[in-house]
Structures are given as C-alpha cells and as structure tokens.
Design a protein around this ligand. Structure first.
Ligand code: MN
Length: 287
C-alpha cells in the first residue's frame, strides 16, 4: 500500500467513524446564527457537533432559521430537517432548550413566552453559571445601528453577503479538491475591511455596556458571526459565533468555566488522530 492509498483508506475510515457519537458533556451549550434555509448553512457540520455533545441546557441564540432568505427563495435541505429533529429529540430526552430569536427569525418573536415541543421561546434572559456568574443572553441585533436605522440597508448587505458565501463555497470545493484546507473568504473580507472592524468593536462595546447597565457579570450573544471571549471594561463578553463560516459554539463546563469550541479544529484534530492510528497499524504489520 503506497502513501496515497494509505491516506485514502484513512479518509474512508474517518468518514465512517465520524458518524459515531462521541460524548462531550457540558453544563450549557450556546449556538446561534445557524441560518437554516440558506445554502450557506453548514447543517451537516452542526449535526456532527450536536450528535457529539450533550448538555443540561442548550441555548439557541437567534438566527437559527433564516426567514428573510426563505421568503425570497425556498432552500430547505434534508440536513436542515435533521437539525430541527435532533434539537426536538434532545428537548424530549431532557435537555432544556431555550430559543432566543434573532433578527433573521424575528417572526418567532411573536411567540416569546410560549413553549413548542419542549422548546422555550424567550426574549433576553439571564443565565447563572455554576460558579455564580450571571450572564445576559441575547442575540444582539438590537444594538446594530444599521438594522435599527434602515432595514432595507440590512437587506442589501444581506444579499451581498449571500453572494460572497456562495462564492466561498465554490472556492472551498476547489480548495478541497486541490488538497488545501478550508479558508473562509467572507471572514477574511470582513476582518480586512476597516469599517467592519470598527463595527465589530462598537458592537462588542455596546453589548458590554448593556451588561454593565443590567448589573450582570457578562453577556452572551451572536449576530455578528465572530466567536469571541474577552473582557471589556470588567465585563465578560462572549460571542458564540456561527454555523455558516466559523462553525463555533460556546460551552460551559461543570465548574462554570466558559470556552469556545472551534468545530473545524476539533474535527481536523480528530481526523488527523485517525489517520495516525491507521498509519501505526499499517506500520505494525510485519514485512
Ligand atoms: Mn442576526
């Protein structure tokens, strides 16, 4: 078996093993900005994550279903159904699921206070961590100047963003064929554009200020698709990222410590460990 065959079989093996649930247990998980109903949504990666993890509480911090996009063009893949069904199943099996709607699923805001299939629809709320820290949980669009001032501007930005994401998919399909790692064009552009950076900074500062005003220790939000944990003026700012580009989640362990999970990185490490194991097995075969 040459090196290439070896790699191929490792790839095949890791694919079949990927489906096996591993158990990562947390006290709480926060995910947001899944954008079900758009082709940019990486639902199959989210399924991997949801299957591999368990928690007492699962927060869906807005923009889970993209009503804006669905109204324009219906896109609903089987994996999008699977995500919905898996979340419902988790709720049925005892996970406390709390859905805090965002701006893309604002239609659901009319159901705030109600429960559907074990999922609690709630507005902004306070989560108390195992270590007693109190965290304000909200989507964050309320602090978005563009959306508050002119909705049409947000729509235009949204179409452009969708186009960039589409191009990003083609680019990464090509990169994958060429053996290059995943690279997010839209994230790169966003980080490179100075305005975007100052927007992100003012968003983060505004949310930290709101948390301070409410007398809590920190804030947990989504909306800007940039995973982050950092202290801003004595307030712990946490953003759980998204499942369009960064594939990230925020988790709380049993001791109340918060950290980010980068699912790209977790899967990459796992695939590499599978590859190395296969290589060891091959090498162990006597000549
Ligand atoms: Mn949003």
């Amino acid at each position: 078996m040459n090196a290439r065959d070896n790699f191929m079989s490792a790839g095949k093996q890791s694919k079949s093993l990927l489906k096996k649930p591993k158990s990562m247990r947390f006290r709480t998980i926060w995910i947001s900005d899944v954008h079900l109903g758009t082709s940019g949504c990486q639902a199959s990666r989210l399924l991997e994550f949801l299957k591999a993890t368990e928690s007492d509480v699962l927060y869906l911090v807005g923009d889970i279903v993209d009503g804006w996009q669905l109204r324009r063009r219906w896109y609903w893949h089987q994996t999008h159904n699977d995500v919905v069904q898996l979340v419902l199943k988790k709720a049925k099996k005892g996970t406390k699921v709390i859905f805090v709607p965002g701006n893309h699923d604002e239609a659901i805001r009319q159901f705030i206070g109600l429960d559907f299939g074990g999922i609690k629809i709630r507005d902004e709320l306070i989560h108390t961590c195992a270590n007693g820290k109190r965290m304000l949980v909200l989507h964050g669009d309320r602090f978005d100047g563009v959306i508050a001032c002119a909705k049409w501007l947000a729509y235009v930005g949204d179409s452009l963003y969708t186009m960039i994401l589409k191009f990003n998919q083609y680019l990464n399909a090509w990169r994958a064929r060429s053996g290059l790692p995943y690279w997010s064009l839209s994230q790169y552009l966003k980080l490179k554009v100075k305005n975007a950076v100052s927007y992100i900074t003012s968003f983060e500062t505004a949310l930290a200020e709101e948390a301070k005003k409410q007398g809590v220790d920190g804030v947990i939000c989504g909306h800007i698709h940039k995973a982050e944990i950092r202290e801003i003026n004595g307030i712990l700012y946490c953003n759980d990222g998204d499942w369009v580009e960064s594939l990230s989640a925020l988790v709380e362990d049993a001791s109340g410590e918060l950290r980010l999970i980068d699912w790209h990185e977790v899967m990459l490490r796992w695939e590499q460990s599978q590859f190395l194991r296969t290589e060891e097995e091959v090498c162990a075969v006597p000549a």
